[in-house]
Design a protein around this ligand. Structure first.
Ligand code: ZN
Length: 306
């Protein structure tokens, strides 16, 4: 059966898989992202996945941003050895295959649209809430990437123009309220203490919120309210009908999603905004690879021509 090679590149791990046109996976591998010479690690990962099988038709890559899709270059925040790195051309030369590149959160959204909670949606926003907050839009089945590939940076939508300064240089960004480290930071500043011997992270904060610890509950309600503001704004701008939320923080479950529903009910006004359907991811960490594979299946013809 013919397949494409899907690659997901993040600051902590590299993943690759051979994926059929129906989404079936015929081989996959994962390894930690090295501090230096990421390209050599990526080459050996691709060799491992492709060994012994039929040659894939094309390559799709989802990579942490920022990136420049016009140039095919990436500068991932957590990978200092790659600055304006020509990833698309490097992989194309290495494999001799048509190669398509997009952001990792854009691939998350595309993967959820293809095989996950976003199936059938005509206007989907996928959001990855993790160390940072990323996102991607899929409109009428097509990823909306933007002129340089940076569309969907919803983590840096301002939900409070008088809010705190964000690491991006902006102010009051939703990431400042709802990313994992910022959830934990606010809770610690307000008197929360992690369980004895455990890290003060969003996962332990979620556990305490589920037990009703008031500061932990308040931290998730604050994050949910910020996310609701961002979702309502995105829905108003692009008539988004469905939102799929993934990433580590989404694993908090009801302590995030219940206050999110209540906050959306409060902040959203217009009927089409109020009707936006918010779902947790069903694919989890597999969504990024699924989206990278879909990119390769749908857009490698134009990549070959380029
Ligand atoms: Zn920001």
């Amino acid at each position: 059966m013919s397949s494409v090679l899907a690659i997901d590149i993040g600051g902590t791990k590299l993943a690759a898989a051979l994926v059929g046109e129906d989404g079936s996976v015929s081989g996959s591998a994962i390894r930690p992202t090295p501090r230096t010479d990421v390209m050599a690690a990526l080459a050996s990962l691709m060799d491992e996945v492709c060994a012994g099988g039929e040659r894939p038709q094309a390559v799709g890559i989802g990579c942490a941003g920022p990136l420049n899709l016009a140039a095919g270059t990436v500068s991932p925040v957590n990978m200092p050895s790659w600055r304006d790195f020509p990833l698309r051309d490097e992989v194309r030369e290495l494999t001799g295959l048509p190669t398509v590149l997009a952001g990792d959160a854009q691939c998350f959204a595309l993967g959820e649209h293809w095989l996950g909670s976003g199936r059938g949606s005509s206007a989907l926003l996928g959001i990855v809430v993790s160390t940072g907050i990323g996102g991607g839009l899929v409109i009428d089945g097509v990823p909306l990437l933007g002129p340089t590939g940076n569309a969907g940076h919803v983590g840096h939508m301002t939900v409070d123009p008088y809010g705190e300064r964000c690491e991006c240089g902006g102010r009051g960004c939703v990431e400042r309220y709802a990313s994992g480290p910022n959830l934990a930071r606010w809770a610690l500043d307000n008197g929360w203490k992690a369980p004895e011997g455990e890290p003060a992270d969003a996962r332990n904060l979620a556990r305490d919120a589920a037990d009703g610890e008031p500061v932990a509950v308040a931290a998730y309600e604050r994050a949910a309210r910020a996310l609701a503001g961002m979702i309502a704004s995105a829905a108003a701008a692009a008539e988004v009908t469905r939102v799929v939320i993934g990433g580590g923080v989404s694993g908090a479950g009801p302590v995030l999603f219940e206050p999110l529903e209540r906050a959306l009910d409060d902040v959203a006004g217009l009927a089409f905004v109020r009707s936006v359907d918010v779902q947790p991811t069903v694919l989890g960490v597999r969504a990024g690879l699924a989206g990278a594979a879909k990119l390769a299946w749908d857009y490698s013809d134009s990549a070959a021509a380029a």
